[in-house]
Design a protein around this ligand. Structure first.
Ligand SMILES: Cc1ncc(COP(=O)(O)O)c(C=O)c1O
Length: 284
């Protein structure tokens, strides 16, 4: 937890990303119930976003083709516009981003009724259907909207955590202050199956009460062998051992892959933090 943003101090371990997303949605629902708001069960995610394959995570996933064979899915998943400057339904033809994509979240909350909405799930940089970076101010606006309506913000970092965006957690890179962070892949750099959901002190607070517990469990969640792999992996990440990407940011533990650290590779793969930012003039 020492590597996490200051306000995230508890973690519930899973074996992978879908379970982490599933756990975060259930946690949000039980959190609201424990605080006297049992009608908050819905969750908002974005069109085209991928959040996993289990029924709840799949319901949040905004890719129709992989959802439709399994409907009806978990009720309560609501989809809103994505943050895609190139194809934005609101302002792609305008001179500048208006953050209408963030406001679409508030529109959905108001349409559904704030008293029914538990959480909003967003990747810091969305990785399905492309690689969508958020416009400046997007996450600040989303945070304000969530706070205004008592909705929790979940940063789905199954892909974006552990250096993939150049910071240990993707939310730190994009100016997001989520109530929960879901994670998996880079936690062990893929050497062992492990995922988890980190929560803020505020979200943990109702569960610290001896009369309340998170009614959820997974046979191999937090398996000691996977945790040992995660600790070893995080030691390497923290110690500056992993390969440096084109702009000095960290990316993960090498696993027999080609070393992409040389200047020539940097010109061919001018990405920052492995996923982010194509530098003008440096492209292939
Ligand atoms: C953002 C995001 N969330 C959730 C998942 C699901 O993770 P898993 O495949 O470990 O269940 C993925 C998988 O790629 C993902 O990219």
């Amino acid at each position: 937890m020492a590597l996490a943003p200051d306000h995230l101090n508890r973690v519930f371990f899973t074996t992978g990303g879908s379970e982490a997303v599933e756990s975060a949605w259930k946690l949000a629902r039980q959190y609201h119930r424990a605080r006297g708001e049992p009608t908050r069960f819905k969750a908002i995610a974005r069109n085209v976003a991928y959040h996993g394959t289990t029924m709840g995570a799949l319901a949040l996933t905004g890719v129709e083709s992989i959802r439709s064979p399994f409907e009806p899915l978990t009720p309560g998943a609501i989809h809103v516009e994505n943050a895609n400057r190139y194809r934005c339904a609101f302002c792609s033809s305008g001179p500048a981003c208006t953050l209408a994509c963030a406001d679409d979240i508030e529109r959905a909350i108001l349409r559904e009724g704030p008293e029914t909405v538990a959480a909003v799930f967003l990747e810091p940089v969305q990785n399905a259907g492309g690689c969508f970076t958020p416009p400046p101010g997007y996450f600040e606006r989303v945070r304000e909207i969530c706070d205004r309506h008592g909705v929790l913000l979940v940063s789905d970092e199954v892909i974006c955590a552990f250096g993939r965006l150049g910071e240990m957690f993707g939310c730190q890179r994009v100016g997001s202050t989520p109530d929960m962070v879901t994670m998996a892949k880079g936690l062990t750099s893929g050497y062992a199956p492990l995922g988890g959901v980190m929560v803020s002190d505020r979200v943990a607070e109702p569960f610290v009460d001896p009369d309340e517990m998170f009614l959820h469990g997974i046979t191999f969640g937090g398996h000691p062998v996977s945790c040992a792999a995660a600790i070893a992996n995080l030691d390497v990440l923290e110690g500056g051992g992993p390969p440096r990407t084109g702009h000095g940011t960290r990316g993960g533990v090498p696993c027999g892959t080609r070393d992409a650290r040389g200047p020539a590779d940097r010109r061919r793969h001018p990405w920052d933090g492995l996923l982010l930012r194509h530098r003008a003039g440096e492209g292939p």
